[in-house]
Each structure stands twice: as C-alpha cells, then as structure tokens.
Ligand binder design. Structure first.
Ligand code: SF4
Length: 396
C-alpha cells in the first residue's frame, strides 16, 4: 500500500491527514468520533476486496470528502492507521539551509501540553523551556502567536461594532478555527456571510512576519520560512489554501503539531526538563493576557467582547459570566452582556456536533445571538488533534 493518493499535494497525501488502511484493526473509534461526536460522517466500513477497513465512502482521498481535518480521529486511533502528515523532515531541511531565515511561532495551547510529553505534570506551563528548545533546534527567532491573537481581537472587535451599527449580518462568528471554517463551508453555505473576515491568528502572524518583520530586519520575504507550532492538524490544511499567499509567497510555510515538536526535541537529543527558561524574541513576542485565553473554549469571543465593551463604554468589562444551555450543557454556553442600552447575547460552542445543532437553530430562527465562538475540537484547541496522545488514560 502506498498511502493515500490525492491530487491535492505533490507528495500524495491530503496535506493534513494520512491514512494507512493496512494498520486499521476495525475498532471503529474514528468512526464514532467523526460520525457521532463531530457529525461530519466521513468514515464507514469499506470493502477493499480482500478485507474491510474504516475509510471514507468509496475509499475517496480525504481531501475529496467533507473532512474538516480536525484530527480528532487521529487522537483516538490506537494503531496510527490515521496520523497527521508530518513536516518534520522539511523543517529540518529548512533549518539546515544557510540561505533561509527560519522563525517559529507557538500557539498558547502548546505551552501547557508539551511538558506532558517529557513526563511533567499535565498542565505544567513550560513556556520558557519551549522557547529555549526552539532556539537550540536552530530557529533564528522565536515568536508568540499570542501577538497575532491580540491583532485578531482588535480586528474582530472592530468588525463586531460595525455589524452592531448595521453594516453586516449578525451574529458574527469567530473564524480562528480552520476546521470550523471548512465545516460551515460544506454544511451551511447559506450562512457564509456571518463568520468574521479575520484570518486565524497564526496566518495573521505569517503575513506580518513576511511584510513588517521582513522590512524592519531587511530580510527578503522569500528567504523567511515561518513554522507554526500548533495543537492543531487542520492548520496543516489551512496554510495550503490559495487565499493565504501574496505574490506566490505563502503566509506560513509549515505547521508542526505538539507531538511533532516533541519528536524534534528528542531527535536533537535535547534534555527538555533541564533546559533554562528563556523569553520570546522582540518585536513579535509581546502579548496581553487576553490572547492567552484563545486556547480554551470561550476565550476568543470573551477577548473580543471585552475590547468592544471598552471601546464603546470607555470602561473595563471584568468578567463574562457564561452559563450552560439546557439540553446542550456540555457543548454550548451563553452569556448576556449589557453595553449601554444594548443587551448582547453571546454563544460559545465546541465540538462540531454542537456547532451543527447551534447553526441549525440559528438558520431556522429558533435562537438568536449577536456573537458566537465555535471551536471544532471538543474542549477547544487545548484538546486539539495534534496534542500529546492520552491513549485512553483518563487518570492523567
Ligand atoms: Fe485546530 Fe483549535 Fe480548531 Fe481544533 S479547535 S481544529 S485545534 S483551531
């Protein structure tokens, strides 16, 4: 078996997910995750002639299906029949190319998960060691995606206020999650005017790196290689979308997951736990506390709302009190925030199954919100498809 064939990328994969049916043991965990939790319905039992495997209908390449590349199937596959497409070799190649200036950006969810891979208590924040590890791997600059998350908050708050003034349709939907964006494109094409027009933070970062940073440091943009270290598999697909390049130069060149980053640290023989704590580089390493909460469900909309509140009232909104919605307590939260004489209703959903139910209600006029955050992965990016495997061990 040669792996999945596709016309999407030259290397014969979907660019994000790789299937190897020879490793499939028909446990059907991917099918449960995809069809029942996420409700994308990609997987079914497919007869390969000599055996049956779990695969997309007609054994189609993933890119030719409605797969959103959330990677939750990868998280539950016990045999690596499903894995992310790895860009580790390409990143090593770039790091060893003297003609390239390779920079890293890291998502907020990495710093709380990476330590687990090296035996630290789950939830240990390892920001300083993470930065030190990237420098020792050869990255010339180590930046924080949180810088761009702050830019996203400003842009999204601005667009929200414009729509409140009647310029555009409500609710506004956050657009940080590429898996969620692909989901609405396939499943709710009639609602495509409601997501915000903002790029996701790591794509904004890539664009800034190859324009502002390139100019400030006098580096030709074509020499800059941007590597995003992410908890996410869908972002591997996102960077290949045609709208994310300028003059033939991609905003972001490679995405590696938390797991792949840990693999590189091991390959380099670095003792992660003994690394000193180091700081992000300037000028794209600074951020506010608002951007850090992007990694957890509800964080993006809360940050945008707080900014909009401050711009409209001149006062600070201390906290947004969310509560569960009856019947959907686990997957949908709501909050009502009063701004001057407006009562704004905010919704937060995580997991694509919950998102589908929420959007059906909005489409059918059964619910109304002014702003909604949706994250494809159940639990948000902190439980992204590229985070360390748990192998069903619920004690950790
Ligand atoms: Fe990626 Fe986060 Fe969306 Fe999951 S929820 S697909 S990790 S952006």
């Amino acid at each position: 078996f040669e792996g999945e064939k596709s016309t999407y990328t030259k290397d014969g994969s979907s660019g994000a997910l790789y299937r190897n049916p020879d490793k499939c043991i028909m446990c059907r965990r991917c099918e449960t995750m995809c069809n029942e939790v996420q409700t994308c319905g990609i997987y079914s039992a497919v007869d390969r002639g000599f055996e049956t495997v779990v695969a997309p209908a007609f054994n189609l390449p993933m890119i030719d299906t409605q797969c959103t590349f959330c990677g939750q199937c990868v998280s539950v596959c016990p045999t690596a029949a499903l894995t992310e497409v790895s860009y580790v070799a390409k990143v090593w190649e770039a790091l060893h190319d003297p003609d390239k200036f390779v920079i890293a950006q890291t998502a907020p969810a990495i710093r709380v998960a990476l330590g687990e891979e090296f035996g630290l208590e789950p939830g240990t924040i390892v920001t300083g060691k993470m930065v030190a590890a990237l420098r020792r791997l050869g990255f010339r600059k180590v930046f924080d995606t949180d810088f761009a998350a702050d830019v996203t908050i400003v842009e999204e708050a601005k667009e929200f206020i414009e729509r409140l003034k009647g310029k555009g349709r409500l609710p506004i939907l956050t657009s940080c999650c590429p898996s969620w964006v692909k989901f609405i494109e396939h499943q709710f094409p009639e609602l495509l005017d409601i997501p915000s027009t903002c790029k996701s933070p790591h794509m904004m970062f890539g664009a800034i790196a190859k324009t502002y940073f390139a100019e400030k440091f006098n580096i030709p943009p074509e020499k800059i290689v941007v590597v995003s270290v992410m908890p996410c598999i869908a972002k591997k697909y996102e960077i290949q979308r045609k709208e994310f390049e300028e003059n033939g130069i991609k905003n972001v060149d490679y995405v590696i997951t938390t797991r792949e980053f840990a693999k590189m640290i091991r390959e380099a023989g670095i003792d992660f736990t003994k690394l000193p704590n180091e700081d992000f580089d300037d000028p794209l390493g600074e951020s506010t506390g608002a951007s850090v909460i992007f990694g957890v469900t509800g964080g993006v909309i809360e940050a945008a709302l707080r900014t909009a509140y401050e711009w409209i009232t001149g006062e600070t909104l201390e906290k947004v009190e969310f509560h569960g919605v009856r019947g959907l307590e686990d997957g949908l939260k709501e909050a009502t925030v009063k701004i001057k004489d407006m009562e704004l209703k905010i919704g937060v959903a995580h997991g694509l199954g919950n998102a589908r139910r929420l959007l059906e209600d909005i489409r059918d006029g059964k619910r109304f919100y002014h702003a909604i955050e949706i994250m494809a992965c159940p639990g948000g990016c902190i439980d992204g498809g590229g985070q360390p495997y748990h192998h069903g061990n619920l004690d950790i």
